[in-house]
Design a binder for this molecule. Structure first.
Ligand code: FPP
Length: 265
């Protein structure tokens, strides 16, 4: 039997689900490439950093909506291994922004039962940020709400190489028979180990690239690309992404519906 608080939570989600969407067919995990902060700022005659500031507000909005609408996990691309090549001032600003936002929002993340984790090569980040990340991860680790993953100094190829290295080390030590390495064992070495793969990838600002994001995990994700610049992403935009997702027929490489002339021989 379901616990009364779990039933209450499900009922609240059914009420919160926007009209036109099927609450039973929501993605369990959404991944987002938050693109267009710079263009948003430029269009308004503002410096690029103002776009990143507005991007934080869009991210807070999206996290709350996903949580209210019953989505189990949200993974966002905040800083890629390639983003270090941006002008030094912008990189510095972004690192300081991550620190400020983490300090400022940690309490409300905790109150809203969010489990936050940072995925990526965290040792390459500034020391202070590493400390704040460790604190936030530990504090929220047992939270039962939405899983919020922030990919920071993240690269999909790097993640795959690291996973291969870890498996190779175990094999070299004689702890693992290479013949036993399968998809589950490989996935268990990725940063995302404890989450289901994303069902839906949203990319804003109209760019049609995967940009080294979750290369393994997105194997069967539905992709929704919208022209909206990330700081403008709101409830209507998320609802549209979800409606697009729910209109898709997910076949996972199979056939659906099974053709009527199909017969097993
Ligand atoms: C892409 O826009 C955005 C980024 C590289 C940074 C995203 C970061 C945030 C929204 C802040 C998140 C904060 C926390 C604490 C997780 P762009 O700069 O590439 O835009 P452009 O393509 O228009 O130049």
């Amino acid at each position: 039997m379901n616990h009364p608080s779990a039933i209450k939570r499900d009922q609240a989600r059914l009420r919160a689900c926007p009209t036109g969407l099927d609450p039973h067919r929501m993605p369990k995990h959404i991944a987002v490439i938050m693109d267009g902060n710079g263009r948003w700022a430029k269009a308004k005659g503002l410096p690029r950093i103002m776009g990143h500031r507005a991007g934080v507000e869009a991210l807070k909005r999206t996290l709350r909506l996903c949580s209210d609408w019953g989505i189990g996990a949200l993974t966002v691309y905040a800083f890629s291994t390639e983003n270090w090549s941006r002008p030094g001032d912008e990189v510095k600003f972004l690192m300081a922004l991550f620190e400020r936002v983490l300090q400022r929002e940690l309490q409300s993340l905790q109150e809203e039962k969010v489990r936050i984790r940072f995925l990526g090569d965290l040792e390459g980040l500034p020391r202070r940020l590493q400390g704040l990340i460790a604190e936030a991860t530990e504090l929220t680790a047992m939270n039962t709400g939405i899983h919020f993953n922030v990919c920071t100094n993240y690269g999909g190829r790097r993640e795959l190489v690291l996973a291969a290295q870890k498996l190779a080390e175990r094999s070299a030590k004689g702890d693992l028979d290479p013949a036993l390495i399968d998809e589950d064992l490989f996935a268990a070495e990725l940063f995302t180990a404890s989450d289901v793969d994303p069902d839906l990838l949203i990319r804003t600002s109209g760019e049609m690239r995967v940009s080294n994001f979750l290369l393994w995990q997105l194997a069967y994700a539905e992709i929704h690309i919208c022209d909206i610049l990330w700081p403008d992403f709101d409830a209507t935009a998320l609802r549209e992404s979800l409606a697009d997702y729910q209109s898709r027929c997910r076949r996972f490489g199979g056939l659906d519906p099974v053709p009527s002339d199909y017969s097993e021989s």
